[in-house]
Design a protein around this ligand. Structure first.
Ligand code: SF4
Length: 457
C-alpha cells in the first residue's frame, strides 16, 4: 500500500510563487507524526509532500492520500482531494479546518478525521485495508498521549527548513480568545509525559528545538518540570508563551536555563479596550514594556504578534502599534488582520452582525480582510496593515530594534531580513490576485464550488 501525506500551502506560502523565505520555515510536525502512526503490519510505503518547500506532482500515484488543512489552505486541499479522487485514490482530510467544518470537508473526501488523530488515524488505515472505511473519525474524549511514536522526520526533504526539531509537549489552551481556532478545535488542555518529550528531544539530531505548543505555560508545575529536565540536554529552543510568563521569575529563569532563546508572544493590540473585546484581558497593555524588558534582560528575543481591525481599531491604530514596537524594541514583530475563522466566537458574532464579506477560505490567511471593520473601510485596513509591515521592516527600524534590545543581534538580523522580504512582497497579493491564482487550480469552477456555505458551524 502506498500512502501519500500532503500539507497544502496557502498562495503566499507555496514553494512555487510564494513569498515566505526558507530561513523562516521550520519542519512541519503533523505529517511526520501521521507517518509514524502508520501501523507496521500494513508495510506501507509513505511519502510526504509539503507544498511550502516542494512542488506537488499531480500525477503522483497512491492508494490513500491524507491531506491536512487549516482554513487558509482548505480550498487548495479540496481542489487536490477532488483531483486525486477522480484519479481513483482514496482521500482523507484532517487538520484544523476539517475539525471546524467536518460536513463541508466530507463533501470532498472519502473520510474525515477531526481533532487529534493519534488513535483514529491508525484505526482508519486498518479499516481502509479491510475495506471498512467509515466517513468520519472523531477524537475520543480521553485521548492517551503516552508513548507516542517518534515523528518520521527522515521523510522530509533535508535542507528545506531552518530546523527539523519541531516538538510538541502540550495541546490546546485553557483560554478563550474570541478569534482563536485552537480553543475552537480542542476541548481540553493536555500534555504528554515529560520523559516521552525528553526522549524525543534526545533522539533528535537537531541542536535547535522549536516547540509548537500554542499555549505551553498554563500548567506551571508541568512546564517547570519539563524545562528542568531539559537543562542537561544543552539544546537551544524557541516556542510560544502568553504574557503571563513574565509574572513568574522562576519560570523565566528556568526557560533560560533550559535553552530558551526566543518566544512568540501574542500581544495582539496596544489597547486595553481591544484586549477586552477579544476576550484576552489577561494581556494588560500597561505591563507590556516591562514584560519585554524582563525577557530581553534574560537574552530572550521576542517574536511579537499584533492584529489590526478589531472593533476598537481606527486609522490611528497602525501608527500607535508601530510606535510601540519601535519603542520597546520587539525583535521580530508580525502583523495580521483580525480574522474570523469558522467555528470561533468571532465568526459567529460577525455572521450575526452581517459583517462577513466572503467565505472564500483562501482569503482567511490573516493577511486579507474578510469582514467589514467598524471604524474604517476594508481597503483602509488592508492599506494600514501593509504600511505597518513596511515601516517596521525598514532598515532604520530593523537596526533600531535589533541593536537596542540588548540581545545578541545575529539571529534577529537573519529573521528580520526574512520578514523584510515578506513585508515588501505582501502588497503583490491583493484579493484579486489571490482569486486569480485560486481559479487556476480548477478553471471550470469558481471558488464557491468548494465551500458548502450553509454548513458553517
Ligand atoms: S490566542 Fe493563545 S492564549 Fe488565546 S486562546 Fe488562542 S492559544 Fe490560547
Amino acid at each position: 500500500m502506498k500512502i501519500l501525506l500532503i500539507s497544502p500551502s496557502g498562495i503566499m506560502y507555496r514553494k512555487k510563487g510564494g513569498i515566505f523565505p526558507t530561513l523562516l520555515r521550520y519542519a512541519p510536525l503533523t505529517l511526520t507524526t501521521l507517518a509514524a502512526l502508520v501501523p507496521k503490519e500494513l508495510e506501507a510505503e509513505i511519502e510526504i509532500v509539503d507544498e511550502g518547500v516542494c512542488v506537488l506532482d499531480e500525477n503522483i500515484e497512491a492508494d490513500l492520500i491524507g491531506i491536512s488543512a487549516i482554513t487558509g489552505t482548505a480550498v487548495r486541499a479540496y481542489a487536490l482531494a477532488n483531483h486525486f479522487r477522480k484519479r481513483g485514490a482514496t482521500v482523507v482530510l484532517g487538520g484544523v479546518h476539517p475539525t471546524l467544518m467536518p460536513q463541508e470537508a466530507m463533501h470532498h473526501a472519502d473520510a474525515v478525521i477531526t481533532g487529534l488523530a493519534y488513535e483514529t488515524w491508525p484505526q482508519l488505515l486498518r479499516d481502509f485495508k479491510n475495506g471498512e472505511l467509515k466517513k468520519l473519525y472523531t477524537q475520543p474524549e480521553n485521548i492517551n498521549l503516552s508513548n507516542l511514536p517518534i515523528p518520521r522526520r527522515d521523510l522530509l526533504k533535508r535542507f528545506s527548513y531552518i530546523s527539523y526539531g519541531a516538538v510538541q509537549a502540550t495541546f490546546g489552551c485553557p483560554y478563550k480568545c474570541d478569534f482563536c481556532a485552537v480553543t475552537a478545535t480542542s476541548k481540553n488542555y493536555l500534555h504528554r509525559p515529560i520523559t516521552d518529550v525528553i526522549n524525543e528531544i534526545e533522539a533528535l539530531g537537531s541542536h535547535l528545538i522549536i516547540f509548537v505548543d500554542p499555549s505551553p505555560i498554563e500548567d506551571k508545575k508541568y512546564i517547570k518540570e519539563l524545562w528542568r529536565a531539559m537543562i542537561p540536554l544543552k539544546k537551544i529552543w524557541s516556542g510560544l508563551a502568553t504574557v503571563k510568563i513574565a509574572d513568574d521569575e522562576e519560570l523565566m529563569d528556568l526557560a533560560v536555563k533550559s535553552g530558551c532563546k526566543g518566544l512568540l508572544i501574542g500581544f495582539e493590540t496596544v489597547s486595553n479596550e481591544g484586549t477586552q473585546i477579544i476576550n484576552k484581558s489577561f494581556n494588560n497593555v500597561s505591563n507590556y514594556k516591562e514584560i519585554v524588558k524582563k525577557l530581553h534582560d534574560r537574552g530572550i528575543t521576542i517574536n511579537g504578534t499584533f492584529m489590526f481591525g478589531m472593533d476598537h481599531d481606527d486609522k490611528d491604530s497602525f501608527k500607535r502599534t508601530v510606535d510601540f514596537v519601535n519603542e520597546v524594541k520587539i525583535d521580530l514583530p508580525r502583523y495580521s488582520i483580525y480574522t474570523p475563522f469558522p467555528g470561533t466566537p468571532l465568526f459567529k458574532r460577525l455572521e450575526k452582525e452581517g459583517r462577513i464579506l466572503t467565505k472564500n477560505w483562501t482569503l482567511y490567511d490573516a493577511q486579507h480582510v474578510v469582514y467589514k471593520p467598524l471604524k474604517m473601510t476594508s481597503e483602509e485596513l488592508r492599506e494600514g496593515q501593509l504600511w505597518a509591515w513596511k515601516q517596521t521592516y525598514s532598515i532604520k527600524s530593523i537596526i533600531h530594534r535589533i541593536l537596542g534590545s540588548g540581545v545578541p543581534p545575529y539571529v534577529p538580523l537573519i529573521t528580520n531580513i526574512g520578514y523584510r522580504y515578506y513585508a515588501k512582497k505582501l502588497k503583490d497579493f491583493p484579493i484579486s490576485k489571490m482569486e486569480e491564482i485560486q481559479f487556476k487550480w480548477n478553471p471550470n469552477h469558481d471558488s464557491d464550488e468548494y465551500i458548502l456555505k450553509e454548513e458553517i458551524a
